[in-house]
Every structure is written in structure tokens, then in C-alpha cells.
Design a protein around this ligand. Structure first.
Ligand code: AMP
Ligand code: MG
Length: 330
């Protein structure tokens, strides 16, 4: 791989632009939308991205220039084509198209979930892992098989992060709720039974979030946070373990913002050790949504000749990772 790609991420609350080549991340500029109250408001998040897109692109280009890489050296522009919030995706796609036209270089449409996996394969020793991807909106267990990343299990309703955030809001904690729940959970080890919903290989978190809110009427918040975490993490670890057994792979990769949680890492680590599998967690900057992962998968796709015409560059808020024909790996 000899190319250099500028990638733009903006599926939800993070707007992030990065320039990447095969060696490393050359530059990255990020601006995060934080709701004044409540959760993410899609239109406000999109307005945020529109407001900061040119500044972040400029910043990433300037930083790259300081390191000897000029705008002229960039071979392609990649962007998150989905899944994500429609208004946010459209804003970022517009910026990406404009840049590709201005610089007269190809455009690459990246599936956000697959970018999480590929940056993990790049930045950890993981080669062919089962990936647990747990973020605000997404919760999936994925693994590569015969030309596609297959979804072995996924949430049937909301993502694990959203379930945490929803509960946290009902408890009067500010967004994002995940880190606050983690801190409160450390103060308890009193488990209150919660709904454990694993259907086949799929998961459901919405009832769990509601049950946790209900429990606040009877139990201290520390106990509720502890039980919510134990329950939710046991569910995702169970599905990850079954995917490992089924695929006969021997590596697990953790991705997504919820992956910052130390208890989740501990539980996955124990499961992997019991099964003799290796467990990989990328550096924090590559776990949540970041421009580098979009630029990196953009680079892999560009090298594989997997580019888009402007006409075909519409976004897809429900873009499934298993819809992508993987052109960039054996
Ligand atoms: P992402 O969508 O990948 O940017 O991840 C954001 C989600 O991760 C939000 O729902 C957060 O509440 C959640 N999150 C972030 N840090 C933690 C943590 N330490 N424990 C649990 N959830 C977290
Ligand atoms: Mg994500």
C-alpha cells in the first residue's frame, strides 16, 4: 500500500477528519457535538458537523503538511456512508464529495462498522478476530468468512451504549451515561436480578434499560448500575463466546465506545483466557468513532480499486456491514 487517504467520520456526535497512509495516522482533527441537555439531537448534530467540517478538514491538512504531506499527495477521500443518523451522514458526504471534486481524486464510501474492525486489525496484533462492536447505536458480534464480515449476533432493538445512556438520563445523570454508570457500579457488588435477554445469538437491551430505571424506586443507584452492567456485559460476552466456538477462531477484538469500560474488558478477558483465545483492545483513540478508521479502511478500499462515482455516493442510515463485498482482504 502506497496511498494516502483523507477520511471523514460523522455518523453521530463525533466529527473527525484524518489523513492516513500505510505507515500511520499522519494527522487527525476532531470536534465533538455535546447536547446541552438530554441525548443526541440528530438535526443539531448535523448542524454541528456542517459548522465545523471545513475547519476540521483544514486543520487535518495543515497538520499533515507540517509532516511533509501536502493536499496534492492525497490519493482519495473516504467518508462514513452509514450506518448512522441520516442528517449527519448527508452533511459529511457533502463535504467529502466537494473535496473529491476539488482535488479531482476518487471518493470511497466506507461502512462505519467495518472501519472499527479494520482499524483494530491494523493497530493491534489481531489478524482474524471475532469482533464485539458495542457503541451508542450499534451492538454486533462479527467475524470474517468467505468474502464478507458476517453478523453472528446483534441487538434487536437499541445499542448497548444507548441503553446505558437512556437509563442514565432517567437517573438524572448527564450524557453520555456509560462512564458515570461505570463509576457508580464500582461502589457496589449487590446484584439485583435484571432481564437477561439473549434470543438465539441476538440481544435486546431496551427492556433491561427500563427495568433498571424501575429498580431505582427500590434500590440505591450504585446497586442498579452494578447490576445493569453485570447483566448487559454477561449477555454480550455470552454471544461473543458462542461466535468464537462456532467460527473456531481464536482471537477477540473489542470495538466501540462502550469498550472503554474496564469491567467489560475484564469479563471478556476472563472468557478468552478460559477458551485459550487472545483478546485485543485497541488504544482508546481508535475505540470510539474516529476519522483515522474511516481514512484507513478508505485506504484499503482505494488500493483495491473499490471507489465510488459521485452519482452512487448516496448515504445509507441502515448500511449493514454484511452487505459489503470485502474487496480488500483474502
Ligand atoms: P460511540 O458510539 O462508539 O462513540 O460510543 C459512545 C457510547 O459509549 C455512549 O453510549 C457512551 O455512554 C458509551 N461509553 C463510553 N464510555 C463508556 C464506559 N466507560 N462504560 C460504558 N459505556 C461507555
Ligand atoms: Mg461507532
Amino acid at each position: 500500500m502506497k496511498g494516502t487517504v483523507l477520511g471523514i467520520e460523522g455518523t453521530a456526535w463525533n466529527l473527525s477528519v484524518a489523513v492516513v497512509n500505510e505507515k500511520d495516522v499522519i494527522s487527525e482533527a476532531t470536534d465533538t457535538y455535546s447536547p446541552p441537555s438530554g441525548g443526541i439531537h440528530p438535526r443539531e448534530a448535523a448542524q454541528h458537523h456542517a459548522k465545523y467540517a471545513s475547519a476540521m478538514i483544514k486543520k487535518a491538512l495543515e497538520e499533515a503538511k507540517e509532516k511533509g504531506i501536502k493536499a496534492d499527495d492525497i490519493d482519495a477521500i473516504s467518508f462514513s456512508q452509514g450506518p448512522g443518523l441520516g442528517a449527519c451522514l448527508r452533511t459529511v458526504a457533502t463535504a467529502a464529495r466537494m473535496l473529491a471534486i476539488t482535488l479531482d481524486i476518487p471518493l470511497v464510501g466506507v461502512n462505519h462498522c467495518l472501519a472499527h474492525i479494520e482499524v483494530g486489525r491494523w493497530k493491534t496484533p489481531a489478524d482474524d478476530p471475532v469482533t464485539l462492536y458495542v457503541s451508542g447505536a450499534n451492538s454486533q458480534v462479527l467475524a470474517y468468512r468467505m468474502g464478507r464480515y458476517r453478523v453472528f449476533g446483534e441487538t434487536l432493538d437499541i445499542g448497548l451504549g444507548n441503553a446505558f445512556d437512556k437509563f442514565a438520563r432517567s437517573a438524572g445523570l448527564s450524557h453520555p451515561g456509560g462512564p458515570k454508570i461505570e463509576q457508580l457500579a464500582k461502589k457496589s457488588n449487590n446484584y439485583i436480578p435484571m432481564p437477561y435477554v439473549v434470543k438465539g445469538m441476538d440481544l435486546s437491551f431496551s427492556g433491561l434499560s427500563t427495568a433498571a430505571t424501575e429498580s431505582l424506586k427500590k434500590y440505591p443507584i450504585e446497586d442498579v448500575c452494578y447490576s445493569l452492567q453485570e447483566n448487559a456485559f454477561a449477555m454480550v460476552v455470552e454471544v461473543t463466546e458462542r461466535a468464537l466456538a462456532h467460527t473456531e477462531k481464536n482471537e477477540v477484538l473489542l470495538a466501540g465506545g462502550v469498550g472503554a469500560n474496564a469491567r467489560l474488558r475484564e469479563m471478556l478477558g476472563i472468557m478468552c483466557e478460559d477458551r485459550g483465545a487472545s483478546f485485543y483492545v485497541p488504544e482508546k483513540r481508535f475505540m470510539g468513532d474516529n476519522g483515522a478508521m474511516i481514512a484507513y479502511l478508505g485506504l484499503l478500499m482505494y488500493e483495491a480499486g473499490d471507489t465510488l462515482s459521485i452519482e452512487d455516493s448516496h448515504v445509507n442510515p441502515n448500511f449493514r456491514p454484511d452487505d459489503v463485498n470485502v474487496t480488500w482482504r483474502e
